[in-house]
Design a protein around this ligand. Structure first.
Ligand code: CMC
Length: 426
């Protein structure tokens, strides 16, 4: 990274700070030496802070561009399968055919969870949210793979853990749903693809077969590809922060799942469908648009806006096309909820408030609609996001440990509490 200097003048003192420039994107001022000058930076929500350097994903929010290891998301979504992307994110290059065969074989071999894990599911209430179950069950995997099997400084162990996670998280996600329905667990099958396997574990039972539909499994594959990674979002930063202490990767990913669950992040697809259900009919759209613009009302139009994209979210463009393919295939064009979503999108995109603030539909606006069309229940939307994002989480966790300059994450604060005072005699 080329280094030129920035000058900070604070209380009459001049401090020179290096400028860090990545291979793409705008530069950053390296403030890491400021603590020795007893100065801190203040940046709630890290809007202006680059916490790390990373070579995995590049997002240009102004242009609406998303690249994984340099490859545009549009090309990846068209030409690749999800496991190609998972391999690319972790290893830096797309697999050749020999590498792909070996990788898929390894993922299939690891897709079966430890039998003891069944008992952990049974400790949950049947009505527990699948994300609550996933946080618990994925976290509990750290009790199965540790010590001799899991040394975070060993690259082979990290690779194995990453593959175990990518392989087992779909099974855990599908079982979280099966458990909530009181249905027996369906095991992964080697003859099915990654996406087909998940759909089969979700929808088949020991006595009924799930009929695979290529349009549906392709649409599901697209959802996974589009959600695989998105650089330093809240859940990925969480995984990196937890991992920075040397914690077990299954515990790190469980923390990522917890972070993703929130409605401002991965929960937005579920929240979008909930909102559409509340709006109910086209006549009420304007009332909700008005509420979204009202500063005294905490309501926001779910599935709209993004911290980084101030232009169209490229993932949303692909998801919208997939959405139309799925609706056509399933004959759902006239379904009231889908018609309502498309009308809401049109009205918001023409509204001055949304235009001025550059608030476009994000990927979760359409992914919720596609998942509903595929028959995936609302409560599973974020679980699907979590299974897709696992590829990104493990790639970032591995990259962080490989980087010899990585340190334990330890942000500072501006203290606003009481001044020092004595404890009274009680
Ligand atoms: N509806 C109404 N107003 C909005 C919305 C919205 N969905 N999103 C942002 N705004 C307004 C916001 O009130 C603010 O107005 P002002 O400047 O007058 O205070 C302005 O736009 C900028 O918003 P912000 O909250 O400062 O932006 P942010 O970067 O902190 O928030 C966001 C980004 C995604 C949390 C937010 O847009 C939001 O809450 N959207 C709805 C939830 C959602 O769809 N989340 C999924 C994000 S995409 C999936 C992912 O990558 O995780």
């Amino acid at each position: 990274m080329a280094k030129i200097k920035a000058k900070l003048i604070i209380q009459g003192k001049e401090i020179e700070l290096p400028i860090v420039q990545g291979s793409m994107g705008y530069p950053a001022i390296d403030v890491s030496s400021l603590h020795s000058n007893t100065i801190k930076t203040f940046d709630p929500g890290f809007s202006s802070t680059a916490e790390c350097s990373s070579s995995i994903t590049f997002v240009d929010g102004g242009k609406g561009e998303l690249l994984h290891r340099g490859h545009p998301i549009e090309q990846l979504a068209e030409k690749c399968e999800y496991l190609d992307i998972a391999y690319l994110l972790f290893n830096g290059e797309l697999p050749n055919s020999r590498e792909k065969t070996g990788y898929i074989k390894s993922i299939k071999e690891h897709s079966l969870p430890h039998d003891q894990l069944n008992n952990i599911f049974r400790g949950f209430r049947r009505d527990a949210h699948p994300m609550a179950v996933m946080v618990g069950v994925v976290g509990s995997m750290s009790a199965f793979y540790f010590d001799e099997n899991m040394k975070v400084n060993n690259q082979n162990h990290r690779k194995l853990s990453a593959q175990r996670l990518i392989a087992k998280v779909p099974t855990i996600a599908a079982w979280s749903y099966a458990y909530s329905q009181g249905r027996p667990f369906v095991y992964p099958k080697d003859e099915l693809s990654y996406s087909e396997n998940f759909l089969n574990m979700m929808f088949s039972t020991p006595n009924t077969k799930y009929l695979q539909n290529p349009v549906i499994s392709k649409a599901f594959e697209k959802i996974l590809i589009l959600h695989a990674d998105h650089e330093q979002n809240a859940s990925t930063s969480t995984v990196r922060l937890v991992g920075s202490s040397g914690a077990n990767p299954f515990a790190c990913v469980a923390a990522g799942i917890a972070s993703l669950w929130g409605p401002a992040h991965g929960g937005a697809n579920e929240a979008t469908l909930k909102m559409l259900g509340e709006i109910r009919n086209e006549g009420r759209i304007n009332e909700y648009i008005k509420r979204a613009k009202d500063k005294t009302d905490s309501f926001r139009l779910m599935g709209f806006g993004h911290r980084i994209y101030k232009n169209k979210d490229p993932r949303a463009i692909i998801m919208k096309a997939t959405c139309h393919e799925v609706l056509d295939e399933l004959g759902l064009r006239n379904d009231p909820i889908f018609k309502l979503a498309l009308k809401l999108e049109k009205i918001a995109l023409e509204d001055e408030y949304f235009v001025k603030k550059k608030l476009y539909p994000n990927v979760d606006f359409y992914s919720g609609i596609v998942m509903k069309a595929l028959g995936i229940p609302n409560s599973m939307f974020t679980a699907v996001f979590a299974l897709a994002r696992t590829a990104g989480w493990v790639a970032h966790w591995n990259e962080m440990i490989l980087n010899e300059n990585s340190k334990i994450g330890r942000p500072r604060q501006i203290y606003t509490g009481k001044l020092r005072r004595d404890v009274p005699n009680l």
